[in-house]
Design a protein around this ligand. Structure first.
Ligand SMILES: Nc1ncnc2c1ncn2[C@@H]1O[C@H](COP(=O)(O)OP(=O)(O)O)[C@@H](O)[C@H]1O
Ligand SMILES: [Mg+2]
Length: 143
């Protein structure tokens, strides 16, 4: 499976979120597992926002976490879509760390499609970036 040059932060409408994130995960230095349940196709702005958010979060894992592994979990159902990017790295003091452009960008992109983001991190115990969005399902989930 290949991803066209320059496709980073864009989600091609011909491929779903799981395939698009899988291609990027395979390029990551930190091993990334993708877990998906009940994920189908969604409106383009929703897929783009989730794709962008997961890539930003994975970029932080590569830059700061010193993690041995990361997981991207996508779950769909009941008109909602959840994503979570977690790692087992160094974590950070969430109270004392200002959102930079990455985490703020995730929050803004997800808010723009009506969702919410929660960042949970404990020094020494890893980081998790979770988002929840309302979605209109465009097609049935992949089997
Ligand atoms: N997965 C992570 N592991 C450890 N620290 C993180 C992680 N994600 C974010 N951080 C911390 O949160 C800060 C803010 O991240 P971000 O908003 O993406 O801004 P930036 O990457 O531009 O610094 C980072 O500088 C880093 O200190
Ligand atoms: Mg960042």
């Amino acid at each position: 499976m290949t991803s066209p040059a320059g496709s980073i932060h864009r989600c091609s409408p011909t491929r779903g979120l799981v395939a698009a994130l899988g291609s990027q995960a395979r390029r990551s230095v930190v091993p990334v597992a993708i877990e998906a349940e009940g994920i189908g196709r969604y409106p383009r702005d929703v897929e783009s926002a989730v794709y962008f958010s997961c890539l930003e979060a994975l970029q932080n894992v590569g830059k700061y976490a010193a993690a041995s592994r990361a997981t991207v979990r996508l779950t769909g159902g009941d008109g909602r879509l959840w994503f979570e990017v977690s790692d087992d790295g160094v974590g950070f003091e969430a109270d004392q760390t200002f959102f930079g452009t990455g985490l703020q960008g995730i929050a803004d992109r997800i808010a723009a499609v009506g969702g919410k983001v929660h960042v949970h991190s404990i020094p020494g115990a890893g980081t998790s970036v979770k988002g929840e969005l309302p979605v209109a399902e465009a097609s049935a989930p992949d089997p």
